[in-house]
Ligand binder design. Structure first.
Ligand code: HEM
Length: 425
């Protein structure tokens, strides 16, 4: 990894060790993606795997809850390796989402039975993530290659476990996984930027920012695969509820009691790529500031990330500010590189807003309209969508105003003279 040394420059020597990604569970090749996720747990846990692999089918036949009631209460203490814990969390989380939402939004449950709740709670405590399906489960730890020697692409990737929604679920998780992969060069360049600022090495910082810009552009290009692999009516009408949580959700106003863990109901947000550490890292690096309300939601989402990734975001935020460095250096190259980087992040967020419109706003308007008519098959799928989720994200946010605010706050990170020239929105 490229670690800039200050010794070649005239600035005073920097006492700290160079910033590196080594201690943050970030892989050189895969970034935040879990390398080589396990496909099997030790044989003792077969009862979990047997049900988890059949969640879509058992939900659709309305049998998942009864299978889970019959499942033995297993001790989590035989799970030892980190990858075992990640696979256990993934399997227990898909069972939990299926259990809660099996009958849609009108017949939810208030209690998660102890044979699921207790081990899920224990595994979550050991991993430092909440007992619900998170981005780190559904996307980062839920993949395998068909051909182990083959490429990391849509054709060669498969899910380990799923929720109802067929190929669109695969498309949604796998495209998001490929967006994570496209961001790896950007992640690798973050230490170069930080060390370059510490050493006041203008050229190194400018070049690393150009690399980050290219990587963010690649993320946006990869994101475009979503429309090839994910059907809006299936996303909106079938699969979205299984990603939804029990915080700020009118369908689960009391939250969920984890039986055997405590008697009080608990509230957790559903899975969302707002829980991906990528944009949080970029925001902290580039000095994108969020207002109290959107900032509170985004900060809360950090509690759904593996703790080492959350720590990386925190540590990036503590570094000497890049934005002030760019202003002080008055280098045209550095200014342009910084401007390009913020502009690419802005474009990614603008594209994301289009995607959300296509997958949520448009189908939700259609669902409202269809209530008054006899819908065709696609219309029937859409109109089955949960009403409580119409205006909300799975993480529980009021979607569009939140996303537009966050996008506009990205624009505010542009330096004043460049800001005037940009009219991307
Ligand atoms: C069909 C695809 C997608 C839909 C419908 C979608 C929807 C949403 C919604 C509704 C939110 C609001 C927060 C919440 O309630 O959770 C959100 C936030 C967010 N999503 Fe997505 N999303 C999609 C794909 C992605 C992908 C592939 C990424 C990867 C970068 C991503 C990154 C984010 C981020 C970073 C936020 C937080 C807001 C921000 O920082 O701009 N989303 N998404």
């Amino acid at each position: 990894m490229l670690l800039n040394s200050c010794s070649a420059h005239s600035a005073p020597p920097e006492p700290k060790a160079p910033f590196s990604l080594d201690s943050y569970h970030v892989s050189e090749e895969l970034g935040f993606i879990l390398s080589e996720p396990l496909r099997e747990l030790p044989p003792y846990y077969q009862p979990w795997m047997d049900i988890a692999l059949r969640v879509p089918e058992l939900v659709l036949s309305h049998e998942l809850r009864s299978h889970i009631h019959k499942m033995p209460l297993l001790s989590s203490s035989s799970l030892q390796k980190y990858r075992e814990l990640r696979l256990a969390h993934l399997t227990l989380s898909v069972m939990t989402m299926g259990y809660v939402w099996q009958e849609g939004e009108n017949d939810t449950v208030e209690v998660l039975p102890c044979n699921l709740a207790v081990p899920f709670w224990e595994v979550s405590q050991r991993l430092g993530i909440p007992p619900i399906l998170t981005h780190s489960d559904g996307v980062l730890a839920n993949w395998r290659k068909r051909d182990p020697e083959g490429p990391f692409d849509m054709e060669n990737l498969q899910l380990l476990v799923s929720v109802p929604g067929g190929n669109s679920v695969r498309g949604f998780f796998m495209v998001t996984l490929l967006v994570e992969l496209a961001a790896v060069p950007a992640l690798r360049s973050i230490p170069t930027v930080i060390n370059g600022v510490r050493c006041r090495d203008t050229e190194a910082v400018a070049t690393a920012l150009e690399d980050i810009s290219q990587s963010i552009q690649d993320m946006t290009d990869t994101f475009k695969l979503m429309q090839v692999h994910v059907e809006p009516s299936v996303f909106y009408g079938i699969m979205r509820i299984y990603l939804s949580g029990w915080k700020d959700n009118p369908s689960m106003p009391k939250g969920l009691v984890y039986e055997g863990v405590g008697t009080e109901a608990m509230e957790f947000s559903g899975g969302s790529a707002a829980q991906s550490s990528l944009l949080h890292c970029f925001d902290e690096l580039l000095g994108v500031k969020h207002d109290e309300k959107s900032g509170a939601f985004l900060t809360r989402m950090r509690n759904y990330m593996p703790p080492a990734h959350k720590q990386l975001i925190q540590d990036i935020s503590l570094q000497p500010p890049l934005r002030s460095f760019v202003q002080q250096q008055a280098s045209e190259h550095l200014n342009r590189a910084f401007h390009l980087c913020v502009t690419k992040l802005l474009a990614l967020r603008s594209y994301h807003i289009n995607v959300v419109s296509r997958y949520i706003t448009v189908p939700s308007a259609r669902a409202r309209q269809l209530c008054k008519q006899n819908p065709d098959l696609e219309g029937q799928i859409i109109s089955r969508a949960p009403k409580a989720l119409e205006e909300r994200g799975t993480g529980g946010s009021g979607i569009m105003s939140f996303l537009k605010t966050v996008r506009d706050q990205t624009k505010d990170a542009l330096l004043p003279e460049k800001n005037k020239e940009t009219n991307l929105t």
